[in-house]
Design a protein around this ligand. Structure first.
Ligand SMILES: Cc1ncc(COP(=O)(O)O)c(C=O)c1O
Length: 389
């Protein structure tokens, strides 16, 4: 039983959480009952440096004591420095728009596509791009869309990793939205061949290739952006989650000719580029660079994938770096998630049969091993219960 009034105070759009978190340090969090948990979900792939990281605490404290908000009527240095840094790590000839979430980043991208003069859009079945009406319209999950119809028109859905998807891109297609790894869809990666074929075709048809890197970006896959593995360069990238590393921030990066599509007054956000969140984001990127954390992401992800691949009851481990989907043989992922919670590990059942794991980039070997052990124990315990029924 929890001791907080969630149902009394909040709208009914979420399930009721069983745990109230009160503090954290690194990959470890404490709940209001004094229990300690290993956090291998990181606020859904957000807290890249874990909880209460000194680098972020210092950046936020310093900036908030100096200048907390400006609006976009005035420039601020953290936002300028962050935009420059994002362009540098993307290697794109790009310009940036800042907002506050993944859905907003995709809304901005959607509005940008309208400025091409073409109206037709493609997105992928199983994709997730956010909950606002626009972002939901390009989200390829009927159950999430159905209660909110009518949505935007002119959007068709393709299956990732198929040749027919490439054929559906025509000259009148304004843009195609893709995730390099579908996160909410169950940690399902696009193949390198698929992304390469899409890039080639979109260049021919002058269709914007928009990579939604909200979940896969900012180092989570072991590269700064998930699509890098496929050696392609998109026209547009959308970011959020790990960008602010625990503070709310989203971004749109637009490369090439498309970067001149917006004119003054055509889009905006009061909080976009807020100096406090921009400072946190910048400090996070610099720390990841300084400590070579992308290497740790790749190494720890590989180890975790190998350990989980050996666990009885695990059918398949998908994903890359520290975004892994553990597909279970025949147990409910929700039941295993609940048992992991009892055993002190926070992860989530992203689909009926798949657990999602996304720890902070600072995770170490012992913590990775402990995670694998707990999942193994949880699978055993849930299997026993199922057999007893
Ligand atoms: C790929 C992707 N795009 C967009 C979003 C929406 O982000 P937000 O919840 O910040 O609006 C998410 C959230 O899970 C996501 O995974």
């Amino acid at each position: 039983m929890n001791n907080f009034n969630w149902d009394k105070f909040f709208l009914n759009n979420y399930g009721t959480p069983k745990i109230e978190l009160v503090e954290g340090e690194g990959v470890v969090v404490k709940d209001s009952q004094g229990n300690i948990h290993l956090d291998f979900l990181s606020g859904i792939a957000v807290n890249s440096l874990g909880h209460a990281h000194p680098v972020i605490v210092e950046a936020v404290n310093k900036q908030i004591s100096q200048l907390s908000h400006t609006s976009n009527f005035y420039a601020n240095k953290p936002a300028l420095d962050l935009a420059e840094k994002l362009i540098e790590i993307s290697g794109l000839d790009a310009k940036v728009f800042f907002c506050n979430s993944g859905a907003e980043a995709n809304e901005a991208a959607l509005k940008l596509t309208r400025r091409t003069g073409k109206k037709n859009l493609l997105s992928a079945n199983g994709s997730f791009h956010g909950r606002t009406i626009g972002a939901l319209s390009i989200t390829g999950q009927l159950a999430k869309q159905k209660p909110f119809k009518p949505l935007l028109s002119g959007i068709k859905f393709i299956d990732i990793n198929t040749k027919s998807a490439v054929r559906k891109i025509k000259r009148n297609t304004a843009a195609i939205f893709l995730e390099s790894i579908q996160g909410e869809g169950g940690v399902v990666p696009c193949t390198d061949e698929f992304l390469t074929n899409i890039r080639q075709k979109t260049l021919k048809t002058k269709t914007l290739m928009i990579m939604d890197e909200v979940q896969t970006g900012m180092g989570r896959t072991g590269d700064w952006f998930g699509y890098e593995q496929s050696k392609i360069k998109p026209d547009v990238i959308t970011l959020a989650k790990g960008l602010g590393a625990g503070l709310p921030m989203g971004a749109l990066l637009v490369a090439g000719d498309a970067k001149d599509l917006f004119e003054p007054g055509q889009h905006g956000s009061t909080f976009g580029g807020n100096p406090v969140v921009a400072s946190a984001a910048l400090a996070t990127i610099k720390f990841i660079e300084k400590e070579n954390l992308l290497m740790n992401v790749a190494n720890m992800g590989k180890l975790l994938g190998e350990l989980l691949g050996q666990v009885q009851g695990v059918k398949e481990v998908r994903g890359r770096g520290l975004l892994l989907g553990v597909c279970l043989d025949n147990l409910s992922a929700e039941d295993v998630e609940a048992e992991c919670k009892n055993l002190g590990l926070l992860i989530n059942a992203v689909t009926e049969d798949t657990l999602r794991i996304a720890p902070a980039f600072i995770v170490n070997i012992e913590q990775v091993q402990r995670c694998a052990e707990i999942i193994e124990d949880a699978i055993k315990n849930v299997s026993k219960l199922v057999q007893q029924k």
